[in-house]
Write a protein that binds this ligand. Structure first.
Ligand SMILES: [Zn+2]
Length: 428
């Protein structure tokens, strides 16, 4: 008897410590799909399917017919198709088909919880299955496999660093851009599945710790130091020349209506009053603004290019600026790196940007802007490059490197300096 107990104990211990229990293939994650709902509609995809649920901790069959389960809260209980079922939490286990919500299918469990009289829906599933629903939301599945694998490892690393990010709400990550966009099982593709499977469990570490795996679409020529964008330096997030030459975002233009710009500035910086001009204050070696002064009738404020990008919803922070003044004849001011005053031209037509006359305003006079006093700002004109914050892995750069024959490790070690790729099991 004692011997049997001892053997059982040894087997249990091996089971608990061994990789089959704690290995990456067994790691679960909770994704918050939606909160604060008065009704939730879940579906199965096979009529008459038997569903098992854990209701308030007890496993039992859930009463329903057809394919639809409508969850509501009556003030005291969660109702399923109008039948009171639970006072707190229902964990739905998938049957022969996957469970569905909002016209999408999800792997793993769907968990309905009542919180303060409202319903919350969480998808609890294996980390690797979750990544199958993330990678195709980030990069086109038709890209070369090495680029997909680099993305899979970066997304896994980002996820591992974000476990419990929404802990106070009872889940790990949300399914939106705030954390990482996740489309459930319907977004899965054979090639992105292969990228996840072939890199299973792999994460990026620096000095043995999981890195903050920042990534973006395309840097516009050079990736950025984290210090310049977020204000704190990170040894592995440093600027490197990008392989994003074939990105569709290498150059972009915006002409924003000045009233719209004024509104956005007032909302974020009400203290400066009505904004009447924006002026570059500093440039980097590539000729893009690093600091921009916003001038208003009550004061001024200087923002970083990254704050400017977020303020105006621009594709990237690599910007050069100009302003158009009206009414006709339209005057276009264009700031050139290294000069205190902008170039000024008269535009024949504000839409085509056709130059009619180059001006020489009295910029050296004490009241240098007085010559423009009869004009009002009409547009803010921006020329830029890149898409995203520019820090860490460049997705279009990863594609460029993969096209040139580099593998996922070479790609990741290029964009994240001094890192290693290891199994998640080695880290925890
Ligand atoms: Zn989130």
């Amino acid at each position: 008897m004692r011997r049997i107990l001892w053997v059982t104990f040894v087997l249990l211990t091996i089971g608990i410590l061994g990789p089959s229990v704690f290995g990456e293939e067994e790691r679960w994650i909770r994704i918050g799909l939606i909160q604060n709902q008065s009704t939730l509609e879940l579906t199965t995809f096979q009529a008459g399917e038997q569903l098992v649920a854990v209701i308030d901790g007890i496993e039992q069959a859930i009463p329903f017919e057809g394919t639809q389960l409508i969850f509501t809260w009556d003030g005291q209980q969660i109702l399923v198709n109008n039948v009171p079922v639970s006072a707190g939490r229902i964990i739905l286990k998938p049957g022969t088909s996957l469970l569905g919500w909002n016209q999408r299918r999800y792997r793993g469990e769907l968990i309905v919880t009542a919180i303060n009289g409202k319903l919350q829906l969480v998808n609890r599933l294996l980390l690797e299955d979750y990544l199958r629903g993330v990678v195709p939301k980030e990069v086109p599945p038709a890209w070369p496999l090495a680029a997909l694998k680099a993305q899979a490892i970066a997304a896994r690393t980002y996820t591992a660093a974000s476990f419990n990010r929404h802990g106070k709400d009872g889940f790990d990550l949300c399914a939106a851009t705030h954390c990482q966009v996740y489309g459930g099982a319907d977004g899965e593709t054979p090639m992105t599945d292969e990228a996840v499977l072939e890199t299973a469990g792999q994460v990026i570490v620096y000095n043995g710790k999981i890195i903050s795996a920042a990534y973006h679409a395309s840097s516009g020529g050079y990736t950025k130091d984290a210090a310049g964008v977020w204000g704190f330096s990170t040894p592995y997030l440093v600027s490197v020349p990008d392989w994003d030459q074939n990105s569709p975002y290498t150059a972009w233009n915006r002409a924003l209506d000045w009233n719209q710009v004024q509104g956005l500035i007032s909302r974020s910086y009400p203290k400066i009053g009505r904004a009447y001009r924006v002026v570059p204050e500093a440039y980097n070696s590539l000729g893009y603004c690093t600091k921009i002064k916003l001038l208003g009738d009550l004061g001024t404020v200087t923002v970083t290019a990254e704050q400017f990008r977020v303020l105006l919803g621009l594709p990237s922070a690599n910007v050069q600026l100009g302003m158009v003044y009206g009414p006709e004849p339209w005057i276009h001011l264009w700031w050139v790196p290294g000069r205190n005053y902008p170039e000024a031209i008269i535009l024949g037509n504000s839409a085509t940007g056709m130059t009619v006359e180059v001006l020489s305003p009295p910029w050296d006079q004490p009241d240098a802007w007085a010559w423009l006093r009869d004009k009002e700002p009409v547009q803010l004109v921006i020329k830029g490059a890149g898409y995203g914050h520019g820090v860490g892995l460049s997705q279009w750069g990863a594609k460029g490197m993969a096209d040139a024959g580099f593998n996922e490790r070479q790609i990741l070690e290029y964009y994240y300096k001094g890192v290693r790729i290891v199994s998640l099991d080695e880290v925890r």
